[in-house]
Design a protein around this ligand. Structure first.
Ligand SMILES: NC(=O)c1ccc[n+]([C@@H]2O[C@H](COP(=O)([O-])OP(=O)(O)OC[C@H]3O[C@@H](n4cnc5c(N)ncnc54)[C@H](OP(=O)(O)O)[C@@H]3O)[C@@H](O)[C@H]2O)c1
Length: 261
């Protein structure tokens, strides 16, 4: 498709037929993105460890113009886990246009409490699996039109106390996003990061249930509230669609103003 044709398309945010992998799709932000993409016509392979929750994601998309195919897999540990996930997804989809690296883990510990095992657990999922998934996806993402969306965090840009491994991992994902964007720029594959602020998911459930912590999260966010997972869908659709074709190696920070302070 020429640039003029792309620009004049009625909906450059359309995802019809886009063959997509979304990791961490069993709940939270990943489930919302999966459902949002299927609602815009994408064919999504939804990846996580919990088969039952993935089935529920798929069930919720039953009336969508697109489709959701559940695929259980552990992205941590075995080094061929991510590659197997990509291989099985490509078999299901017949190819791959979009990879959304969303699965993540936060151990919520500072330097004195973080064991080497916990450090590895965070880095393994948040950084290493993102690298391995991108590497495995590389031969399948078509030259021109391929997209990678790395779900990083506003904490890929600023620090926070008592989250040492997580903050480190999200800064690493930002570095990977820029480096890979440059490697793949001449293949016309765009690599960008979606960087949420506080979002109402299981990851933040403990903080949100604690009155003092919840008050702090609200006070620290200029919009005065945290986001719902569905509020990450529009930004993710933008990064996965033709609407973002001239954007690569960048962060879309959706944080209610947190990092503007
Ligand atoms: N919530 C926030 O405030 C916030 C803010 C900024 C950035 N983020 C980022 O957004 C992303 C999604 O977070 P969330 O808040 O939606 O978290 P969440 O509710 O805890 O969901 C995490 C997802 O990752 C999957 N997952 C965890 N370990 C996995 C593994 N070893 N292999 C495969 N899948 C695995 C989980 O599924 P299973 O347990 O079924 O495997 C689940 O689907 C993360 O990268 C997070 O860092 C979140």
């Amino acid at each position: 498709m020429t640039l003029t044709e792309t620009a004049s398309r009625a909906d450059t945010f359309d995802l019809t037929g886009r063959r997509t992998i979304v990791t961490g799709a069993s709940r939270g932000i990943g489930r919302a993105i999966t459902l949002g993409f299927a609602a815009r016509g994408a064919q999504v392979v939804a990846v996580a460890r919990s088969a039952g929750d993935l089935e529920e994601t798929s069930r919720l998309a039953a009336d969508s113009p697109g489709a959701v195919h559940p695929l259980t897999g552990d992205l941590r540990g075995a080094s061929d886990g991510p590659a197997q996930v990509v291989e099985r997804a490509v078999d299901l989809l017949g190819g791959l246009d979009v990879l959304v690296n969303n699965a993540g883990y936060d151990n919520e510990q500072g330097i004195d409490d973080t064991t080497a095992e916990e450090w590895d657990k965070v880095i393994d999922l948040n950084v290493r699996s993102t690298f391995l998934l991108c590497q495995a996806a590389s031969p399948f993402l078509r030259d021109g039109g391929g997209k990678v969306v790395n779900v990083a965090s506003m904490f890929g840009h600023v620090g926070s106390r008592e989250e040492l491994a997580y903050i480190t991992s999200k800064h690493a994902v930002m570095g990977m996003t820029k480096a890979l964007a440059l490697e793949w720029a001449r293949k016309d594959i765009q690599v960008n990061a979606l960087c949420p602020g506080f979002v109402d998911t299981e990851m933040l459930a403990r903080a949100m249930a604690d009155e003092a912590a919840a008050k702090y999260l609200r006070r620290m966010t200029p919009l005065g509230r945290w986001a719902q997972p569905e509020e990450m869908v529009g930004p993710a659709v933008f990064l996965a669609s033709a609407a973002s074709d001239f954007m690569t190696g960048q962060a879309l920070i959706v944080d209610g103003g947190y990092t503007a302070q």
